[in-house]
Design a protein around this ligand. Sequence first.
Ligand code: OAD
Length: 241
Amino acid sequence: MAPMTRYRNIVILTGAGVSAESGIDTFRSAGGLWEQHRVEDVATPEGFARDPDLVLRFYDMRRVAIQTKVPNAAHEALARLDREWAGRSGGGEVLIVTQNVDDLHERAGALNVLHMHGEHLTVWCTACDARHRWTGPLIERPPCPACAAPSLRPDVVWFGEVPYRMDEITEALARADLFVSIGTSGAVYPAAGFVRLARELGADTLELNLERSQGSAWFDETRLGAASVLVPQWVGEVLGD
Ligand code: OAD
């Protein structure tokens, strides 16, 4: 790989591992969310149609929980990179594409964050298609602030639904000369395919993860360890500390 300071445009993909040290459960670890709940029940449109109360309660609890968590050193380091990069790279860009539905990147101060799997703190009205910031529960079917229909659902992408803003992500990957994946198991597409696309489009690729992921073989370099340690180290290299 080229020396870190030679890059201009960087795309960073984050997953649940970046928020694990803030106390938010990952999905596929032992005791993770998908061991405690069936994906089909709480993360598919069919599950929602079958038992909306179960699904709304699940997301109401998660929405409350994330508001009690705080960003960790990995979020802080990425926010610093985001803020300082344009000045250091002569106008280059950093884009953080996150699969996470928490707001810890933003609360750490990151500016360029794209939530490809949606967000806990917004809701989507299936009657009028509006989205609203939302911190409270949905279980009582509150009216949509725009159209008053009791049709709000979590603004989270479920299995079988198309992730958000894929065109923007593909364009950013085409401009990127470095793609970095942090804290994701590489189990869920299309995000798991970004590394191959980035390579084909000419970017160097780096993975920072606690353990080898399903996609590790595709990366030029994999560094193993906790995000709160690896990410600040890597950001220090990139910013030439
Ligand atoms: P996973 O739970 O599948 O993977 C989390 C990854 O983070 C694993 O590879 C862990 O080894 C790693 N990890 C755990 N703790 C870490 C730490 N402290 N530092 C660094 N790495 C750590 O979560 P995702 O890959 O994000 O989608 O899952 C992808 C998608 O699957 C989610 O966005 C969600 C889920 O189903 C939807 O709900 C649509």
